[in-house]
Design a protein around this ligand. Structure first.
Ligand SMILES: Cc1cc2nc3c(=O)[nH]c(=O)nc-3n(C[C@H](O)[C@H](O)[C@H](O)COP(=O)(O)OP(=O)(O)OC[C@H]3O[C@@H](n4cnc5c(N)ncnc54)[C@H](O)[C@@H]3O)c2cc1C
Ligand SMILES: *[C@@H]1O[C@H](CO)[C@@H](O)[C@H](O)[C@H]1NC(C)=O
Ligand SMILES: CC(=O)N[C@H]1CO[C@H](CO)[C@@H](O)[C@@H]1O
Length: 428
C-alpha cells in the first residue's frame, strides 16, 4: 500500500480549527495543501470565539503539529475537575451534584488555539478572502475542480486537486450539495455567551466574590443547574472567565448564514434581569460586567450516513454538527484531521477510495455516538423531556441521577483510534 509515487493535492474549504488541522495532518502525510477561507485575514489576536475544552488526545495531536515543546501547555489552563452543582435561585444557595476530579481536559481560547495552529503552518497554505462557490468532480473521478471567488477583486479562480475537504462548518455548503434537504435540528434552547476580561481588576469585588463562591476556578469546569436551565463557566489563561448560559425558548428566525444572533441593549438588559432570578449573585455580577455578550442558537444534526464521496470528504462541524455539551466539536475536528491524514498516508493517493473508506469507518461511528450523547446531556441539563426518563430536576435529583451529568460518560472518550496508535504515545 505504501510507496505512493505521486504527491497528492488537497483543497480544503474552511480555515477554522478543522481546516487548519487537516492542513497539518496532510502536510505531515506528504500531501500538498491549499486552504480556501472566506474570512479576509487571519483572526490572530482578535477576540473571535470563546473558550473550548481540549481532551488529552487532542492535546497530544496538536502538540505533535506544533513542534515547540510545551507551547500548548503555556497557552491553556487545566480543567482537571468536572463539577455539576444545583442552584436554588429563590434561596440563593447552591450545592454539589457530582464532582469528577480525574477530568483531564485543558481550557483554550478559540483564537489562541487557532493562531497557534495557523502560525505553525508553512507560509501561503491558507488563502484568505477566498469564498468557495462550487466544485466539480472529473468524469473519470481522478480529480476535483474547486471554484472560489476572491472577495477583494471579485475574480473567480479554479483550483484543481485530488481531494476536496469540506471543513466549512455546521452550515457547510459542501455538505448541502450531497444532502440538499438536510436541515439542522434546533435543540430547544439558545446560549448567551461571553468572556469577562478581568486583567485590569483582579481584586475587584466581583472577582474576589466569584472565586470565593467557586474556589476551584482555574482548574474546574463548573456547571450550575437551575430549574430548566444551566450555565457553564471556567477560567481561561490571561485573566478571563468564559461563561455560557442555556435558555429554553422557541426557535428564533435567523438572518443570513450564521448561528449567532444580533442582540440589542434591550435584550441584554432582560437577560441580566432574568439572571438575577436564577443564579447566585456572585455569578450574576460576572454576567453583568461582561462586555458584548452574544447569543448562539444551538443546533445539531442527525448523524449522517455518509461523509465521503469519490474525491470529497467532510470533516469537523460540517461532518457532524453537534451541541456543545460534550465539549467535543474541537476535539472531533482535530481527530478528523489526524485520522484523515494517517489514512491518506497509509493508502497513498492511488488508493484514495480505500483511504476515505477507512477514514469514514473510523470516525463516523464515534462522532455519531458523541453527537447523540451531547444532545442527551444538553436535554437533561435543560430539564427537557427525554424518551426514557422523567425530566431532570436538580433540586430533587438522586445521587444516581447526578452521575448521568458527568462528562466522563461520553462514549469513546479515552479511546485512541487504531490508525493513530503508533503516532501518539498516550500520556499515563
Ligand atoms: C455555545 C458553544 C460552545 C462551544 N464550546 C465548545 C467547547 O467547549 N469545546 C469545543 O471543542 N468546541 C466548542 N464549540 C464548537 C467550536 O467552536 C467549533 O464548532 C469547532 O471548533 C469546529 O470547527 P470547524 O472548523 O469544523 O467549523 P467552524 O469553526 O465553523 O469553521 C468553518 C470555517 O469555514 C469557513 N467557511 C464557511 N463557508 C465558506 C465558504 N463558502 N468559503 C470559504 N470558507 C468558508 C468559515 O469562515 C469558517 O472559518 C462551541 C460552540 C458553541 C456554539
Ligand atoms: C484584557 O484587558 C486588558 C486591559 O484592558 C488588555 O490589555 C488585554 O489585551 C485584554 N486581554 C484580552 C485577551 O483581550
Ligand atoms: C482522548 C480522547 O478523549 N479522545 C477522543 C476525542 O474524540 C474522539 C472522537 O471524536 C475520540 O475517538 C477520542 O477518543
Amino acid at each position: 500500500m505504501k510507496g505512493a509515487t505521486r504527491k497528492g493535492k488537497a483543497v480544503v474549504v474552511g480555515g477554522s480549527i478543522a481546516g487548519i488541522s487537516c492542513a497539518h495532518a496532510l502536510i505531515a502525510a506528504g500531501w500538498e495543501v491549499v486552504v480556501l477561507e472566506k474570512t479576509c485575514s487571519p483572526p490572530t489576536g482578535c477576540a473571535t470565539g470563546a473558550g473550548l475544552g481540549l481532551d488529552p488526545l487532542a492535546q497530544d495531536i496538536i502538540q505533535s503539529w506544533l513542534k515547540q515543546a510545551q507551547i500548548l501547555e503555556r497557552t491553556t489552563l487545566p480543567l482537571s475537575i468536572d463539577q455539576n452543582e444545583a442552584t436554588d435561585g429563590d434561596k440563593k444557595i447552591n450545592w454539589i451534584l457530582s464532582r469528577d476530579e480525574n477530568f483531564n481536559f485543558r481550557a483554550a481560547y478559540w483564537s489562541d488555539l487557532h493562531s497557534l495552529l495557523y502560525k505553525a503552518l508553512p507560509p501561503e497554505i491558507v488563502r484568505w478572502g477566498h469564498m468557495f462557490l462550487s466544485f466539480c468532480v472529473s468524469h473519470d473521478k481522478t480529480c476535483v475542480t474547486v471554484r472560489s471567488k476572491i472577495l477583494q477583486t471579485g475574480d473567480k479562480i479554479d483550483v484543481v486537486g485530488d481531494l476536496l475537504i469540506g471543513a466549512d462548518g455546521c452550515l457547510s455548503s459542501i455538505r448541502q450539495s450531497f444532502y440538499p434537504d438536510l436541515k439542522l435540528r434546533y435543540s430547544g434552547y439558545c446560549a448567551w455567551r461571553g468572556v469577562l476580561n478581568f486583567s485590569d481588576n483582579e481584586n475587584s469585588e466581583t472577582i474576589l466574590g466569584l472565586k470565593k463562591a467557586f474556589p476551584d476556578l482555574g482548574k474546574c469546569l463548573y456547571f450550575d443547574l437551575g430549574s430548566g436551565t444551566h450555565t457553564v463557566f471556567y477560567e481561561l489563561l490571561n485573566k478571563r472567565i468564559n461563561w455560557i448560559w442555556y435558555v429554553n425558548q422557541p426557535e428564533p428566525q435567523l438572518k443570513g448564514n450564521s448561528v449567532t444572533m444580533k442582540v440589542s441593549d434591550d435584550m441584554i438588559e432582560k437577560m441580566h434581569e432574568e439572571a438575577e432570578k436564577v443564579w447566585l449573585p456572585e455569578l450574576v455580577k460576572v454576567i453583568r460586567e461582561t462586555k458584548q455578550p452574544f447569543l448562539n442558537v444551538i443546533y445539531d444534526s442527525e448523524p449522517l450516513e455518509q461523509i465521503v464521496w469519490d474525491n470529497v470528504v467532510l470533516v469537523g462541524d460540517a461532518a457532524h454538527p453537534t451541541t456543545p455539551h460534550g465539549l467535543r466539536s474541537t476535539n472531533m475536528s482535530i481527530l478528523d484531521g489526524a485520522v484523515l491524514g494517517k489514512c491518506l498516508e497509509k493508502w497513498g493517493v492511488e488508493n484514495l477510495n480505500s483511504a476515505l473508506q477507512e477514514y469514514q469507518s473510523t470516525r463516523l461511528p464515534v462522532s455519531s455516538k458523541q453527537v447523540l450523547f451531547s444532545r442527551r446531556l444538553g436535554r437533561t441539563k435543560q430539564g427537557l423531556v427525554l424518551s426514557d426518563r422523567e425530566p431532570f430536576d436538580p433540586i430533587k435529583a438522586s445521587p444516581e441521577d447526578c452521575q448521568e451529568l458527568q462528562q466522563k460518560n461520553m462514549p469513546y472518550l479515552y479511546e485512541v483510534p487504531f490508525i493513530l496508535s503508533d503516532a501518539i504515545q498516550s500520556k499515563d
